[in-house]
Write a protein that binds this ligand. Structure first.
Ligand SMILES: Cc1cc2nc3c(=O)[nH]c(=O)nc-3n(C[C@H](O)[C@H](O)[C@H](O)COP(=O)(O)OP(=O)(O)OC[C@H]3O[C@@H](n4cnc5c(N)ncnc54)[C@H](O)[C@@H]3O)c2cc1C
Length: 461
């Protein structure tokens, strides 16, 4: 079979679908083909925690601007779809029990404010906190932006009584929350299809690059056909297969690695956390709590002795579902390292217990689950990361090829703005100044590589 298309997009995860939506729905392009080897959204994009935040470290404001734009677009989708994505703005609560970390929270708040996250409200000890009101469980209209830095432990416990009394300070970042990523993706896909995007189920196996540019794409379709699509424009959005597809289809090496990230889910039948709580991040390193007997057993175990070692900061989670019947989701990637993207995804059997014990430092009622662990579901996928943990959006060194990928742990929240940028690259529409921060050629500049060489906080949760 042979035919032609204006643009071929490879991969129907959130990145490919957002590009298709922007090109067809917002820009009115016709003849767009979206090729997907499996089911749309099913490889990584339905495995996320579905959260968003306009809370990103520097060294410049590019990530924050990208996310602010993307959240604007997410809110537009929520309105246009009649509330289908159920976007809330409950915030992210970063908490510490270490007085020495208060200055870091304050510095983060000031930096975020300077970069455009919104105002920083500091609530000192003894403050009434009348202007620090937790967000409603649903919706986002009228919920403040910016952040509240709360330095009064009593006030924190008044608002969130399930948190440990050890907390000395918390930073409540407000333009943050979660949504149904599946509904978001399906809405964008349905709209894209309604505006003429054709989805072909199959694997892109080859790209014809004769004359030094993209000419056509060869697909091994799920139905067993060999399909050739003549097109001079192609967007690569192949998720964890990005490095392999850039190499095999275009002969390009991209600076990306895959990291495995897992999440634990279980029904909170003991109501350790209310169902309307925000996302909560423990910013201190953790030594897991064990009884004296468990500790002695672990000390004697060559395989499991590592469970007594300190774990890094960052265990976090949130409730999911209707209050009262809600589940808890917990994430804690304490062993992130580059790995080949293997499917089915290998999971770690001890993760549920480690995550539960780790997060109990922040939420003591979780200890009630220690004796009899709840039935858990563990799933996840691969974060596709560049060296500084920013996506790749823009032209590749082969004429007619663009990329919208390397979305690491933020493709749901950033996907809409990424799709818009990718579409602007294709149509030649004006770009915002921060778009250059995501240009794939940025690593060609040694000064740029140097700027990110120190391994500073890259915003990964
Ligand atoms: C545990 C976990 C938690 C996360 N939490 C969050 C969160 O809270 N918020 C957030 O914003 N993000 C989160 N993320 C990240 C987010 O899920 C990803 O960034 C996003 O889903 C990546 O989307 P994608 O479209 O780039 O890739 P994918 O969803 O993997 O899609 C790529 C698609 O390309 C297809 N494909 C590949 N090669 C070919 C080919 N040759 N031909 C045809 N099709 C091909 C694949 O089949 C796949 O469907 C999380 C991720 C994980 C793993």
């Amino acid at each position: 079979m042979k035919r032609a298309a204006e643009v071929v997009i490879v991969g129907a995860g959130i990145a490919g679908i957002s590009s298709a939506f922007e090109l067809a729905v917002r820009k009115g392009l016709r003849d767009i083909v979206l090729v997907e080897a499996g089911d749309p959204l099913s490889l990584t994009s339905d495995k996320s925690t579905e959260c968003y935040r306009n809370w990103w470290p520097g060294p410049d404001d590019a990530m924050l601007r990208l996310m602010n734009r993307s959240i604007d677009l997410l809110e537009t989708v929520e309105r246009e779809s009649g509330g289908r994505t159920r976007l809330n703005r409950r915030g992210y609560l970063y908490a510490t029990a270490d007085p020495d970390r208060i200055d870091t929270l304050l510095a983060n708040g000031r930096r975020a404010k300077a970069q455009g996250a919104g105002p920083l409200r500091v609530h000192e000890k003894g403050s009434s906190g009348s202007d620090w009101i937790p967000s409603p469980a649903q919706g986002f209209a009228g919920v403040p932006e910016g952040a509240d830095l709360v330095l009064d432990p009593d006030l924190i416990r008044t608002r969130f009584p399930w948190l440990t009394p050890d907390i000395v300070a918390c930073l409540h970042a407000r333009r943050c929350g979660w949504l149904s990523a599946q509904q978001l993706g399906m809405y964008l896909l349905e709209e894209a299809r309604r505006h003429g995007v054709e989805v072909i189920r199959g694997m892109v196996r080859q790209v014809d690059l004769s004359g030094g540019r993209v000419r056509s794409v060869r697909i091994a379709s799920a139905g067993g056909e060999d399909i050739r699509i003549d097109s001079e424009r192609l967007i690569l959005s192949t998720g964890p297969h990005l490095a392999a597809s850039a190499r095999d289809l275009l002969g390009i090496e991209l600076p990306v690695v895959c990291e495995r990230h897992l999440k634990v889910a279980f029904r909170d039948h003991r109501s350790a956390i209310p169902g309307d709580a925000p996302l909560m991040v423990w910013t201190d390193p953790v030594t897991l709590p064990w009884t004296k007997e468990e500790r002695a057993e672990l000390e004697a175990s060559p395989e499991n002795g590592w469970l007594l070692d300190p774990f890094p900061a960052g265990v976090h989670g949130r409730p999911e579902g209707r209050p009262g019947e809600h589940w808890l989701l917990i994430l804690w990637t304490f062993d992130a390292q580059p790995v080949p993207p293997i499917f089915p995804l290998p999971v770690c059997d001890s993760l549920p217990e480690i995550a539960l014990r780790g997060w109990s430092k922040m939420i003591p009622a979780l200890c009630e689950y220690f004796e009899r662990l709840p039935k858990t579901i563990v799933d996840g996928g691969y974060y596709v990361r560049t060296p500084e943990n920013r996506p790749l959006i823009g032209p590749l060194p082969v004429a007619g090829a663009w990329v919208n990928a390397a979305w690491s742990g933020f493709g749901i929240m950033g996907g809409c703005a990424g799709g818009e940028l990718a579409a602007n690259w294709i149509t030649g529409d004006p770009m915002p100044p921060w778009a250059k921060a995501f240009h794939p050629a940025r690593f060609d500049d040694p000064a740029y590589r140097q700027r990110f060489a120190h391994g500073d906080d890259d915003g990964q949760l």
